[in-house]
Design a protein around this ligand. Structure first.
Ligand SMILES: C[S@@+](CC[C@H](N)C(=O)[O-])C[C@H]1O[C@@H](n2cnc3c(N)ncnc32)[C@H](O)[C@@H]1O
Length: 383
């Protein structure tokens, strides 16, 4: 398959600011994930399916090194974990081999992820598998091929998860070009760094192959605004993943907080509600790290940072009041909030807010106490 010009290796000269977000999420997610699945007793396989060279020209770590370092920590604690890094480009592959040489649990392979999916699918019968998919844009996404691994979510009892960087903006641009529709209209300043290659038409069959069907044509026919169209495509991809994974969530990563159009969506699929909680916390912690960086130098009377960077705490209280209209165990309430407001609040923020609302008498617990465990049922007091 022909690659767009992003395959130009200048991509790896300097890490783009918005790429740091996916790195943070990965780096926050892997330690609790490895601790958790390490206790399941099965060997763990972490796959970086679009690995790149491992290091950028500015010295920053690429995903293979982030994964390798986390795996090494778990490995030295006695967890049976190995890492498979796959890179298509021969030169980048050779850099990858050099950059990961000090990690004995890392294996590098030259070829496409598709080439190695049969090996990954058979490993999924005996291993816990985490698959990280980070292509340049649309090329390399092959839903039917990926599904040979995803189907093990239902076919085997093993834990399989995917974290995918999905460039929905490139998808919509290319889909519009393929359908000979006008280019999307974008707010001023929201698209300074877009890549012209993202507007090159590719055949509609390649677009359908990337997202598991031609459902995207219906989205285009709706005549939505560009940000809504991008959101609807991400929702469609999540629905496709939802056919295999019980828990699917996504995070929109923007070039600047407050923008309407994301640079990419990080889409996550797992069968475990507990994994949803870990990923939610990783997303919330990475957002908090950015919020800290953007804190004004001197204190301000009102919050000046955008809501997608610093979520409104009153939204959490409102959500809890609405969602607890019928009784549910505290853990279910926490997970339901996370599904609605993914990455906005950590589990401790949500449980802290539940406790406060129990103290205030806005929520009621079946024990009558404000300090409760995950299995105590809570509900909203009727006024
Ligand atoms: C966006 S870069 C990955 C960056 C990397 N995840 C990181 O954070 O450092 C995509 C990489 O995938 C490689 N690639 C493209 N198509 C591929 C395929 N089908 N299978 C494996 N690698 C592929 C490209 O050569 C490129 O190095």
């Amino acid at each position: 398959m022909a690659l767009g010009h992003k395959a130009d290796k200048s991509f790896f000269d300097r890490k783009k600011p918005w790429s740091r977000h996916k790195d943070l999420v990965l780096n926050y997610y892997l330690p609790p994930y490895l601790a958790k699945v390490g206790r399941l007793g099965s060997p763990i396989l972490l796959v970086d399916g679009f690995a790149g060279p491992g290091k950028f020209g500015d010295g920053s770590r690429g995903s293979p090194l982030i994964i390798a370092e986390n795996a090494a920590t778990a490995f030295h604690r006695g967890t049976a974990v190995r890492v498979l890094c796959i890179e298509q480009d021969v030169e980048l592959y050779s850099e990858l081999v050099t950059n990961t040489a000090t990690y004995p649990m890392v294996e590098c392979r030259n070829g496409t992820l598709q080439n190695f999916l049969p090996d990954i699918a058979s490993a999924a019968e005996t291993h816990t598998v985490f698959l990280y998919v980070d292509p340049y844009a649309i090329e390399g996404l092959d839903w039917a091929a990926f599904d040979t691994v995803f189907r093990h979510v239902q076919a085997s009892s093993m834990s399989i998860e995917i974290l995918m960087n999905f460039n929905a903006v490139a998808f919509v641009r290319r889909a519009r070009a393929a359908m000979k529709m006008t280019a999307p209209e974008i707010e001023d300043g929201e698209d300074e760094t877009s890549d012209p290659a993202d507007s090159l038409p590719i055949g509609s069959e390649l677009l359908s192959r990337a997202v598991g069907g031609d459902w995207w044509l219906d989205v285009l026919r709706e005549g939505l605004s560009f940000p809504k169209e991008v959101g609807a495509i991400v929702d469609g991809v999540c629905r496709c993943l939802g056919k295999r994974f019980k828990e699917v969530c996504h995070l929109m990563v923007k070039e600047r907080w407050g923008h309407a159009v994301p640079k990419y969506a990080l889409v996550f699929g797992s069968r475990h509600p507990h994994a949803l909680m870990l990923m939610n916390n990783a997303a919330a912690r990475s957002r908090e790290a950015f919020a800290d960086m953007e804190k004004p130098g001197s204190p301000t009377l009102f919050e000046t940072r955008p809501l997608d960077l610093v979520p409104d705490q009153s939204l959490l209280r409102k959500r809890l009041r609405d969602l607890a209209a019928s009784p549910m165990r505290r853990i279910e309430l926490v997970q339901t909030v996370m599904r609605r407001e993914f990455g906005h609040f950590t589990d401790s923020e949500i449980t802290g807010c539940i406790r406060k609302m129990l103290t205030e008498g806005i929520l009621v617990s079946e024990t009558g106490k404000a300090i409760i465990n995950d299995f105590v049922r809570v509900w909203t007091r009727r006024s």
